[in-house]
Design a binder for this molecule. Structure first.
Ligand code: NAP
Length: 295
């Protein structure tokens, strides 16, 4: 389903969260795949993405909390990737501001990065994504919903720590995680913007091969050349461990709670929508572990 870019020099494609890790990858993919189009990065502080400007991305100031800035930034935009905000708890209001501005600007396609299986997910992240999906539908804007699974990079800290100490802990038990790399999800969003997904589609995006935290231990052991033990803890004990490491109570409870949902299968998926959208296999767990532990 790899898109042949349906763009002209008059096409303007914008991406929110341009200073963030996913947003910047989407922008770089768009520059490569649609060099003739105007590619616009939306962000609070253009100073954070001067490297993108040097690559030909036009930067416009836009704060999710400031509707006037959004209205100005979206003027003339044909297609928009709304990369979900990282401000958990404030996100729905922020996304609603972006959707209202997109509607006012006459944007012709909005691609939103939601959460895998959002309507049935037990992850505490799900309600804000569902609200956003519903607001998009209610807006009448043509849109594509990309329900992204976990980034493998979410485990970067655990992988680095386990490579040094030979152990890491969690509470996801035998829960299977069909993760993919940020780069995979970014390419999927770029392709959706370029016509590889049909307006109205909702796609569950996940990696080709699901794995457990036990499998992750095996991969880290392989790369470090020594044993790695995964210690599975009950959710409350894992939360207590995270607090002992210095995480604020609410954050520790949230992260441990997610692990409990992963144990129940929240991040498992057997579909191939990600691979079809990107036109390539997803980045494997082994590749990401190798990349993270490269010296
Ligand atoms: N699938 C997963 O595993 C996973 C993991 C983590 C996050 N996520 C979700 O996916 C999104 C993208 O991931 P990521 O790794 O790129 O996250 P990230 O690096 O934390 O980027 C988040 C972006 O949101 C922007 N933002 C926050 N508040 C804003 C506001 N009021 N106005 C304008 N921009 C604002 C940030 O801008 P500033 O630079 O100005 O702060 C940043 O560019 C996250 O925001 C989160 O919703 C998914």
């Amino acid at each position: 389903m790899n898109a042949s870019p349906q763009t002209t020099p008059r096409t303007t494609i914008a991406v929110t969260g341009a200073s963030g890790q996913l947003g910047r990858l989407i922008l770089q993919d768009l520059r490569k795949a649609a060099p003739e189009a105007e590619i616009v990065g939306l962000l609070r502080d253009p100073g954070k993405a001067l490297d993108l400007a040097a690559q030909g991305v036009v930067l416009r100031k836009a704060d999710y909390e400031d509707p006037a800035s959004l209205n100005a930034a979206l003027r003339g935009v044909d297609r928009l990737a709304l990369v979900s905000s990282n401000e958990i708890g404030k996100r729905f209001a922020q996304h609603a501001n972006v959707i209202a501005a997109a509607k006012a600007a006459g944007v012709r396609l909005v691609v939103y990065t939601s959460l895998l299986h959002a309507p049935v997910s037990g992850l505490s992240l799900a309600p804000e994504h569902i609200q956003t999906e519903e607001a998009l539908k209610a807006s009448g804007l043509p849109h594509v919903i990309l329900r992204n699974g976990w980034y493998t990079e979410n485990y970067s800290d655990a992988i680095r720590q386990a490579s040094q100490t030979g152990e890491f802990a969690g509470a996801a038990d035998e829960g299977r995680i069909a993760s993919a790399s940020r780069a995979d999800f970014a390419l999927a969003a770029a392709q959706a913007l370029l016509g590889a997904a049909r307006p109205g589609e909702t796609l569950e995006l996940a990696g080709d091969r699901a794995w457990t935290l036990g499998d992750l231990a095996v991969e880290i052991a392989r790369v470090r050349g020594g044993p790695v033990v995964y210690k599975n803890l009950p959710v409350p004990q894992y939360a207590a461990l995270l607090k002992a490491f210095g995480l604020p109570e609410a954050v520790a409870d949230m992260l441990a709670g997610w692990e409990g949902e992963i144990a129940k299968g929240a991040l498992d998926d057997k579909g191939d929508a990600l691979r079809r959208l990107t036109g390539r296999p997803s980045t494997s767990l082994a590749q990401t572990v190798e990349e993270l532990l490269k010296v």
